[in-house]
Design a protein around this ligand. Structure first.
Ligand code: NAP
Ligand code: ZN
Length: 353
């Protein structure tokens, strides 16, 4: 085992603070990575504060972070696709059973034995659970390491590993959205990536936001129109007109209001994960034969496809780069929907601790 500097939370109410964790020695299948940047996902906050207790209770200390970009420092004997010095990414998963129908169908996120990047039982025993990217280094099974295109700015690449794939995957799965009217609900980390991908794929993109001051940014990011969702008149003007809506809201909200925006046979996909159950009106689905679905990140193959797409189209996340010492402040701003549009931690700041 090797010591690694990290930031962890000791309980659901404790702030994140400096800690020293253990990383395993590099086994023959492993890639050891020096972490350069790690994005702050709202899921990190849900998990640190144990808001998902009923589904995924948090084990403390908790080291969050699953939007990792870094440089390979060491590889095991069986690793042929990576070498020291390579730029790589790691998202929400670090291992699986490699051999079930989900893994064979490239949707490892649904493997019964998937190991998430943090708060999953650690089968190598470096800790009771896995520890994520708010750390100087990480050791990951080679099948869960992604290649990062070399033309992109790295602080903005980190968020692609979760916010990027989580929005890219459902948009691609919906079908050909070229010329379709696509709504993105919530302009935060996921939402702003959803806007970029939908635009790059040729959709007519409409942002629903509760924050009127985000209108200019939404248009700059690629939206064709912006609806202030708290204004009933603006909502009414777009009723029954959307082919597809991606809902990224992190808190409880009225999904029926957005289902009412869909056209006949339209679909709304939830990617936001509020801590409390949402209320769905049957009538909101019956009238118009509408579909309500969910989506969880994306498989490794599709994540690589997304990164390559970003390399080709020069897409990165719009980030506010912060030192890790400001992480608690960033969490407070995240709760207030005050982020433009993802925090990315410059991990060099951890060296001074
Ligand atoms: P975020 O940056 O905080 O953005 C969420 C946005 O939702 C906010 O910026 C805000 O946008 C809107 N919002 C927040 N509270 C709201 C409320 N009470 N009513 C209406 N709108 C509200 O969060 P994120 O990192 O994008 O994550 C969003 C959600 O997705 C989280 O629940 C996270 O856990 C989940 N997630 C799911 C997956 C998956 O695989 N399915 C992956 C990653 C994250 P406006 O200011 O524009 O209204
Ligand atoms: Zn995430």
């Amino acid at each position: 085992m090797k010591n690694a500097k990290a930031y962890s939370a000791a309980s659901a109410t404790a702030p994140l603070a400096f800690d020293t964790i253990q990383r395993r020695e590099t086994t023959e299948r492993d890639v050891a990575i020096d972490i350069l940047y790690c994005g702050i996902c709202h899921s990190d906050l849900h998990q640190v504060r144990d808001e998902w207790n009923s589904v995924m209770p948090t084990v403390y200390p908790c080291v969050p972070g699953h939007e990792i970009v870094g440089r390979v420092i060491q590889v095991g004997a069986d690793v042929t696709s990576f070498k020291p010095g390579d730029l790589v990414g790691v998202g929400c998963m670090v291992d699986s059973d490699h051999d079930c129908p989900s893994c064979n169908n490239h949707v490892e996120q649904f493997c019964a034995d998937v190991t998430f990047t943090y708060n999953s039982p650690d089968k190598h025993g470096a800790g009771p659970v896995t520890y994520g990217g708010y750390s100087e280094s990480i050791v990951v099974d080679k099948d869960f390491v992604l290649k990062v295109p070399d033309n992109l700015e790295l602080s903005g690449v980190a968020p692609l590993l979760c916010a990027g794939i989580t929005t890219y995957s459902p948009i691609r799965r919906w079908g050909d959205i070229k010329g379709k009217k696509v709504g993105v609900v919530g302009l935060g980390g996921l939402g702003h990536m959803g806007v970029k991908f939908a635009k790059a794929l040729g959709a007519h993109v409409v942002v629903f936001t509760t924050s009127p001051h985000k209108k200019e940014d939404a248009l700059r990011l690629g939206a064709d129109e912006v609806i202030i969702s708290t204004d009933p008149e603006q909502m009414q003007a777009h009723a029954f007109s959307f082919d597809f809506i991606l809902d990224t809201i992190a808190a409880d909200h009225d999904v029926n209001a957005y289902l009412g925006m869909l056209t006949l046979d339209g679909e709304m996909t939830l990617v936001g994960a509020p801590e409390t159950p949402l209320q769905v009106s049957a009538f909101a689905l019956l009238f118009g034969r509408k579909k309500l679905s969910g989506s969880l990140i994306g498989g490794i193959k599709e994540t690589q496809e997304m990164l390559d797409f970003c390399g080709e189209h020069n897409i990165t996340s719009d980030v506010e780069v912060i030192p890790i010492q400001q992480v608690n402040e960033a969490y407070e701003r995240l709760v207030k929907s005050d982020v433009k549009y993802r925090f990315s931690i410059d991990m060099a700041s951890l060296k001074q601790e």
